[in-house]
Every structure is written in structure tokens, then in C-alpha cells.
Design a protein around this ligand. Structure first.
Ligand code: CP
Ligand code: NVA
Length: 309
């Protein structure tokens, strides 16, 4: 049993194994309907419990499909509907009960500490579905999408992120270390990645490039990423933050500075950090990106259950 909480804590060879498995599985089921189970039914009879403390469209639905395609069943709960942390029921007690009924626990939360606490008391694997500090399922799936489109290992590509230094970027930074790709970040000076993240990159003998001019950051990039300026767990002055990012909007003219064959990715939901013509334009691969989450998450589940081929 293995948890899937942060990319930085997972060996690079395991991440690569997940991607290889996802590729094979995706190909094998190309003629099957959405809820038809993979021929080998690797998680037959298992129950996966999903819990959301924050909104989700894509993660919730794509995991529902992933779980079903592996032959397992899922139930989705909201923490507010459980006794969790109320009426004397501790998180540890809830975790033990989840482990009694379920075989895996998937959590989207507004607290990294909560994931850690759950992981201590659970006897079943936990998968992080987004926390304030990371969004590992999204980013691993995005690496899959990039390699699928570009038909080469991500280590041979220039990746650019324009926007906030948030949970998705933290996972992308971790991925850049694990998969050894070049990552340029374009963000305002006062929104740089936290020091401990930069220190971790240095300690891992890798480098990330932080630029405060989006034109320089995007230059010759093969992939341009963006994300909402205001994230689900942001607590600060949202109006000021949006104002601070006004020069970092992805427009057609900014995309023209990237490589002529560059693609645009965005995990969704979107705000006004990207223009409509880019988001819906020819370079955008956001729908393929969302769809691939089904495939990669299946292999993440198999990794957690020790069932990767
Ligand atoms: N990209 C993503 O995680 O979307 P949801 O918030 O809708 O799950
Ligand atoms: N950074 C965004 C990602 C949403 C999927 C957020 O945390 O809201």
C-alpha cells in the first residue's frame, strides 16, 4: 500500500511507471464504453471513498470513471455530512472507520495537515485530490498529456508557467525535478514560489527559472501553462491579487512568442488569466488534458494498491 500525496515524495521511477501503465491501459480500452471495466478488472470488488471539502467538477467525475473502469466502486462523501471532528468523533476514529469499510481514501481538502493526520491513522492508501500546497494527480496527468501530444519525453521540452505560484505550480516544480525538464515561471516579483520550494529544488540539484516579464518567460516554450489567479484556498485580498497579475494574462500576442508549435494547457476552472481566443484556440489542448485524467488516475490508484504491472 502506498500513499499518493506529493510528487516530491514519490520516486521518479514510480512516477514513470504510472505514466507507462496509463499509456498501455488507455490504448487497450480504446473501443470500450465509458463504464466498461478493463479486461483484467484489477480492483474488482474494492470500495474507494472520495471526500471533498472543496468544490470539484473534473476530479470528482474523472475519478468516478477511473474507479469504475478498474472494476471497483466509489462512494463520495462531504466532510460536513460525517461526524468528522464533531460530537466527540476524532479524525483518527473517522480514519479507522474509513479503513474498516473502504479500500482506498481520496481527499480534497483545505488543509495539508489534515492529509498528514489522516495518513497516520488510515490503514488504507490515501490520494491527495488537491490541497493548498499541491495537486499531484493533475500535474502527473498533464505530463502524460504533454508527452502524448509532443510524442517525446518531457525532459526534451521547454515548459513555461505564467501565473500564480500555487498548488498546481508546486506540483509542476516537483515534476520538473523528478522528470528533469526545463521550467520557466513568469510571475510578479511579489508572488514568487516560497523559499522552501526553491531550496528543495536546489538540494535536488535542479534549477527553475523565475522571470518577472511574461514575454521572456514564454519565449520559445513548447508548452504554456496557466491557472486561476485566485485559488480555492486563497485567503488574501482577491481583487488586489487579480490587479497584480494584470500584465500576466495569456493573450494571442504572448502565445506568438512561444514556439510556433506550442500548446496551451490549463487545469480549469478558468478566470480571466487567459483570453478567450487562446483558451478556445487551436493551440489549446485543455479538453484532452481533462480527459486524460481518467487514464492517469487509474494508474495512480494501481500504484497505491501495489498493482502496477
Ligand atoms: N482541475 C481540477 O482539479 O478541476 P476540479 O476542481 O473541477 O476538480
Ligand atoms: N489552483 C487551483 C486549481 C483548481 C483545480 C485551485 O486550487 O483552486
Amino acid at each position: 500500500m502506498k500513499n499518493f500525496i506529493n510528487l516530491k515524495d514519490i520516486p521518479a521511477r514510480d512516477l514513470r511507471k504510472i505514466l507507462n501503465d496509463a499509456k498501455k491501459r488507455k490504448f487497450k480500452r480504446r473501443n470500450l464504453n465509458t463504464l466498461e471495466v478493463d479486461k483484467d478488472k484489477p480492483l474488482n470488488g474494492k470500495l474507494i471513498i472520495q471526500m471533498y471539502e472543496k468544490e470539484s467538477s473534473r476530479t470528482r467525475l474523472s475519478f468516478y470513471i477511473s474507479i469504475n473502469q478498474l472494476g471497483a466502486a466509489s462512494i463520495t462523501v462531504k466532510s460536513a455530512e460525517l461526524h468528522l471532528g464533531k460530537g466527540g468523533e476524532s479524525l483518527a476514529d473517522t480514519a479507522k472507520i474509513l479503513s474498516t469499510y473502504g479500500d482506498g481514501f481520496l481527499l480534497r481538502t483545505d488543509s495539508d495537515k489534515k492529509i498528514e493526520e489522516f495518513s497516520k491513522s488510515l490503514k488504507i492508501p490515501i490520494i491527495n485530490l488537491l490541497s493548498p500546497s499541491s495537486h499531484p494527480c493533475q500535474v502527473l496527468s498533464d505530463i502524460f498529456t504533454i508527452e502524448e501530444i509532443k510524442k517525446k519525453p518531457i525532459s526534451k521540452l521547454n515548459i513555461c508557467w505564467i501565473g500564480d505560484c500555487n498548488n498546481v505550480l508546486n506540483s509542476l516544480i516537483a515534476a520538473s525535478v523528478k522528470f528533469k525538464f526545463k521550467l520557466r515561471i513568469g510571475c510578479p516579483n511579489s508572488y514568487k514560489p516560497p523559499k522552501f520550494v526553491i531550496e528543495w529544488v536546489k538540494k535536488s540539484n535542479r534549477k527553475i527559472y523565475i522571470l518577472h516579464d511574461p514575454k521572456k518567460a514564454v519565449k520559445n516554450a513548447d508548452v504554456v501553462f496557466s491557472d486561476k489567479v485566485v485559488s480555492l484556498n486563497d485567503k488574501g485580498d482577491k481583487i488586489k491579487k487579480i490587479r497584480d497579475f494584470k500584465n500576466f494574462k495569456i493573450s494571442k500576442s504572448l502565445m506568438n512568442l512561444a514556439h510556433p508549435k506550442s500548446i496551451f494547457l490549463h487545469c480549469l476552472p478558468r478566470g480571466n488569466e487567459v483570453s478567450e481566443d487562446v483558451f478556445l484556440g487551436k493551440q489549446s489542448r485543455v479538453w484532452q488534458q481533462a480527459q486524460n485524467r481518467v487514464h492517469v488516475q487509474k494508474s495512480i490508484l494501481l500504484y497505491s494498491f501495489g498493482k502496477l504491472r
